[in-house]
Design a protein around this ligand. Structure first.
Ligand SMILES: *Cc1c(COP(=O)(O)O)cnc(C)c1O
Length: 404
């Protein structure tokens, strides 16, 4: 085995430079603590970008992974497998879904969702009904189709020509959707119930209800991208359940595998029928190892006491963050839901979210940003109380230093 020591410096010599990782190289994680190469221990309030929803090395997940690893890893979709069947059944039982498609990442789940929406409209209404409406500042992944649907033009720069027939409306502005939607041309409206990368910006309940109505009136499918908001993140298994607005298609990834790559697209039987044999696929989609881990994640997260715990932890974080925000005049607002929280920087701090992140890292607490003006937290859904307090104390120490 190749055990030669490696360090951050090596990154620039061997990796494609599309990321700019910090100097910290984590080597071990347990619960909401991460240890790096130097032996420094961090409180993890980032959760691998809303992924490690049960913390690191959760015994249940490790157990599920090992148990399946000793049985069967992969067979491809030429055959089905038990973990995939079980997980699909569970997702159907716990959500609006009647059919499930498995993929490996959020972008792939969305790619499947967008393709399915087009195919469904093509089959039922004809080829003219192919337009997709999404929102400025939205994020749906990094494949060419998903960056085109996403509302951040910088991610498309230099990669054109992009897929056509995509229009962007304003988030939380129903009139801007009304101006674009058409019964003849629109096949789908795609929306994040809370814009994650776009600044942890929640949808107004009336906005999502209005989208549902506009979609119904125009025979368009409503697609919820719950890659970030799903799997207990908001204190509900999926955010649509909090908003009480049922989509036609839903994509789930990030938290679904708790750190193991897996994603799913949920839909109804009628819509799923448009993905007939041979229309779409993925070699790894429904991989037995991934599904066994995701099964354990869903079984755990869907327990009422876990979801209630998210609400309680959310309260404590909000309280702590608002206190820090006021004391140092750094946060204008703390927004989001459950354990997807965004601290919006006050005007004097505009554009400095990355500085806050760096200052926090120096105090050994990991946070995220969501754009230049929002510091984002997406910790484990079961982060221990002591780690919440320690994390907030370190975050305050970072802010305090930055204020000097
Ligand atoms: C992260 C994210 C994606 C992309 O997921 P990947 O696994 O990185 O492909 C898509 N949509 C939303 C809302 C996300 O937060």
């Amino acid at each position: 085995m190749n055990k030669e020591p490696v360090s951050r410096e090596l990154f620039d010599d061997v990796m494609v430079p599309n990321y700019a990782p910090g100097s910290v190289v984590p080597v071990k994680g347990e619960g909401s603590r991460i240890t790096d190469q130097e032996g420094r221990e961090f409180v993890d309030l980032a959760g691998g970008i809303a992924v490690t929803c049960l913390g690191h090395s959760h015994p249940g997940l490790v157990g599920a992974l090992i148990e399946q690893a000793e049985k069967l890893w992969h067979v491809s979709n030429v055959m089905t497998n038990e973990p995939a069947l079980r997980l699909a059944r569970t997702l159907c039982e716990l959500t609006f879904a009647e059919r499930v498609f498995f993929a490996n990442s959020g972008a792939e789940a969305n790619e499947a969702a967008f393709k399915l929406a087009r195919r469904y409209a093509w089959e039922h209404y004809g080829p003219e009904k192919n337009e997709i409406i999404s929102f400025t500042n939205s994020f749906h992944g990094r494949t060419l189709f998903t960056v085109a649907v996403g509302g951040q033009p910088k991610y498309l720069e230099g990669f054109e020509p992009a897929p056509k027939g995509i229009h962007h409306a304003q988030y939380n502005d129903l009139e801007s959707v009304r101006a674009l939607i058409s019964k003849e041309r629109t096949c789908a409206v795609v929306v994040e119930p809370i814009q994650g990368e776009g600044g942890v910006l929640p949808a107004d309940p009336e906005f999502l209800k209005g989208l549902r109505q506009l979609c119904d009136e125009n025979e368009a499918l409503l697609v919820f991208d719950e890659v970030q908001t799903g799997v207990g993140r908001t204190g509900h298994l999926y955010a649509y359940q909090m908003y009480d607005v049922v989509p036609d298609i839903l994509s789930s990834a990030k938290g679904l595998g708790g750190g193991f790559p897996v994603a799913s697209m949920l839909t109804t039987a009628k819509i799923a029928a448009s993905f007939g044999v041979g229309t779409h696929g993925s070699t790894y989609g429904g991989n037995a190892l991934a599904c066994a881990v995701a099964q354990r994640v869903i079984d755990t997260v869907s327990q009422p006491e876990i979801l209630k715990g998210v609400a309680a932890r959310s309260e404590r974080f909000r309280e702590g963050l608002e206190t820090i925000g006021k004391k140092y005049g750094i946060f204008r607002e703390v927004r989001g839901a459950g354990l997807l929280l965004g601290c919006v920087l006050a005007d004097e701090w505009k554009g400095r979210a990355r500085d806050v992140l760096a200052a926090c890292l120096e105090q050994e607490v990991m946070v995220l940003v969501a754009g230049a003006d929002v510091v984002r937290l997406a910790p484990s859904l079961i982060i221990p109380e002591a780690d919440i307090e320690e994390g907030l104390a370190r975050l305050e120490a970072g802010v305090k230093k930055l204020c000097k």
